[in-house]
Design a protein around this ligand. Structure first.
Ligand code: PMV
Length: 328
């Protein structure tokens, strides 16, 4: 497996480290303004394009890993997770990558303050927090770049969750993906706000992994995506550098709408939007026509993330009563 080669290259002799008894780490989630959609290597989660996100400070997952004598078990938000569930199998398969030489058992507790699998990037903060916890547990002392590469092996977007603020995931060119990780963009934008508009807390019908694969294999429009991303990345970086909110909002919304349009053209079609998602989009477009500068982005789920500036917090909160707003 190529994953082991990457892990060996990063850990070297440290793969033999004996774990301490317990470690805890938090990682925030991130929302892409220019999306990652499609892979050039499914085993290593190497993307077809670069992508760019903003980290939601304080919203994410805390993971505690404890070494135990009994069998592996996982608790998510206080509830035991069945060992046959997709969540459990995916998590344990990831942990297995690191304990081949030293077969210990783990009790894992994940506490997330974001809804699981509803397109709110819970897997990004989940895998990033696991990697940070493992780094402590085994005393690896890895750089954030190396941790980003390891987090990517769990979930692509997790590689952007190792930093606060704006983060670019450069796709890299190397076959082993050693240059495909997060790069922080050292620019602040304190007036920028993101409001999480929850349409539905339920689990998504199709995982982003399967949806990406189906889109790449069947959509006649997928060939357009890499150029769209390259153009949008330039515009978003320019918007961040000059604090041009209209450019940022317009580009992020157009990027998300293009991604979803391409998914609609897959076969069978992939549609993460629900009637309430479309109603919210139409409400946002109407508000914009009326002069309120507000935009949205959407990931692999029905929920929307609203983009606006802090001057408009009161207005936006009065229109969308139950949004959860994060300021950068
Ligand atoms: O990292 P994954 O496999 O959960 O995929 C994330 C996909 C999107 O959220 C839709 C886009 C992105 O860049 O985060």
């Amino acid at each position: 497996m190529k994953k082991f080669d990457v892990i060996n290259a990063i850990l070297g002799e440290r793969i033999n480290n004996v774990p301490q008894s317990i470690a805890t780490a938090f990682a925030p989630t991130n929302i892409a303004l220019c999306k990652y959609w499609g892979k050039r290597d499914t085993e290593l989660n190497l993307p077809k394009t670069s992508s760019l996100s903003i980290t939601l400070d304080g919203k994410g997952t805390t993971t505690t890993i404890r070494v135990v004598d009994s069998s592996d078990n996982i608790i998510f938000n206080g509830k035991p997770i069945h060992s046959d569930s997709t969540f459990s199998r995916r998590l344990l398969a990831f942990l297995d990558l690191f304990r081949l030489k030293n077969p210990v058992r783990f009790h894992i507790e994940c506490d997330s303050n974001i809804p699981l699998s509803a397109g709110l990037a819970s897997s990004a903060s989940g895998f990033a927090s696991i990697v940070l916890a493992l780094n402590q547990l085994y005393g690896w002392q890895l750089s954030l770049e190396d941790l980003s590469i390891l987090a990517r092996l769990g979930s692509g977007s997790a590689c952007r969750s190792l930093w606060n603020g704006f983060v670019e995931w450069k796709m890299g060119l190397k076959e082993d993906g050693m240059d495909s990780h997060g790069y922080p963009i050292p620019k602040k934008w304190p007036e920028l706000c993101m409001g999480l508009l929850l349409i539905n807390r339920g689990e998504k019908a199709i995982s982003s992994r399967s949806a990406m694969e189906r889109t790449q294999l069947t959509s006649p429009l997928y060939a357009l995506w890499p150029k769209k991303v390259n153009d949008d990345l330039l515009l978003i970086k320019e918007a961040i550098a000059t604090h041009d909110f209209s450019l940022l909002g317009k580009t992020a919304e157009s990027n998300a709408m293009t991604m979803h349009a391409i998914m609609l053209s897959a076969w069978p079609s992939i549609c993460y939007s629900q009637p309430a998602t479309l109603a919210a989009m139409q409400q946002i477009w109407k508000l914009r026509q009326e002069g309120l500068e507000i935009y949205f982005t959407q990931d692999a789920g029905p929920n929307l993330k609203l983009l606006f500036l802090s001057d408009e917090i009161k207005t936006v909160n009065s229109i969308f009563s139950d949004i959860d707003t994060v300021q950068f």
